[in-house]
Design a protein around this ligand. Structure first.
Ligand code: CO8
Length: 257
């Protein structure tokens, strides 16, 4: 169905693999289009999405440099916007998204990982924003998200120098949550996804919506926003079933209602 995207459904978890091996999974327009289509048509039973790259060398080696080389100003903006919109779609999906970073996450690859909710990586992973060495800036929202994740000073150093960092440094600065051996990467991603998938889906989704929306709000507005969504949880069957099961010392299978 797709040329560059592989989809595997493992019960409530979808694994999406970007596969453009000739260019280390670089993002050309078609890959971006397919990525956007794939995340828009996930199976309805999906409660967590894992995004990874094909092979053991690269997650995504960036936007496709051969496609960008001859763009003019407006074409550059169009290309940047295409990636930015797909990544925003991922960031605002109603389910959690885990990036399982299996190698190079450079430029658009690092930006894709940052649009995911949770990042784990293999020991051989490398992260960086090398764009200024190509005469451009991060254009898939890297200047927006990197500072929010690792702080302004570290983000500026990474973007101004263009230097890549290893997995353990990414862990130290908070760019990834966990580093594991390559052979354990997908098991670890599945473990986290399954821990999410057993919880009440509407509540998980509401929590994601709150964390995303409240991050940039004035604290009193954020507290009010959370309160509104918290109250709505009590209108769900999952809340009734979850609390009843706890009080009766039973297990609950949430229905997402
Ligand atoms: N685009 C296109 N092709 C690529 C890319 C890429 N980003 N990365 C690797 N490739 C290709 C190589 O050209 C090579 O192709 P070929 O075999 O035909 O020569 C193949 O993949 C294998 O790559 P290497 O031989 O270079 O493999 P190495 O192991 O020697 O090096 C590296 C691996 C370090 C990852 C190296 O390939 C590299 O530096 N790649 C480029 C990394 C980079 O600069 N990424 C950022 C790109 S810019 C970007 O992402 C901006 C995002 C925002 C865009 C906004 C638009 C306006």
């Amino acid at each position: 169905m797709y040329n560059y995207i592989k989809i595997e459904q493992k019960e409530a978890v979808t694994v999406l693999t970007i596969s453009a091996p000739k260019s280390l999974n670089a993002l050309n327009s078609t890959v971006l289009q397919e990525l956007g289509d794939a995340v828009s048509s996930l199976a309805p039973e999906t409660r967590a999405l894992i995004i990874t790259g094909d092979g053991e060398k690269s997650f995504v080696a960036g936007a496709d440099i051969s496609e960008m080389a001859n763009l003019n100003v407006s074409q550059g903006q169009t290309f940047g916007n295409r990636g930015a919109m797909v990544f925003r779609k991922i960031e605002t999906l109603p389910i959690p998204v885990i990036a399982a970073v299996n190698g190079f996450a450079l430029g658009g690859g690092c930006e894709l990982a940052m649009a995911c909710d949770i990042r784990i990586c293999s020991e051989n992973a490398k992260f960086g924003q090398p764009e200024v060495g190509l005469g451009i800036i991060p254009g898939f929202s890297g200047t927006v998200r990197l500072a929010r994740l690792v702080g302004m000073g570290m983000a500026k150093q990474l973007i101004f120098t263009g230097k890549a960092i290893k997995a353990n440094e990414a862990l130290r600065i908070g760019l990834v949550n966990e580093v594991v051996p390559q052979a354990e990467l997908m098991d670890k991603a599945m473990e986290i996804a399954n821990q999410i998938a057993v919880n009440a889906p509407l509540a998980v989704s509401a929590a994601k919506q709150c964390i995303n929306a409240e991050y940039d709000m004035y604290v009193d507005d954020a507290i009010l926003y959370e309160n509104g969504i918290f109250g709505q949880c009590f209108g769900t069957q999952d809340q009734k079933n979850g609390m009843k099961a706890f009080l009766n010392k039973e297990k609950v299978a949430f229905e997402g209602k």
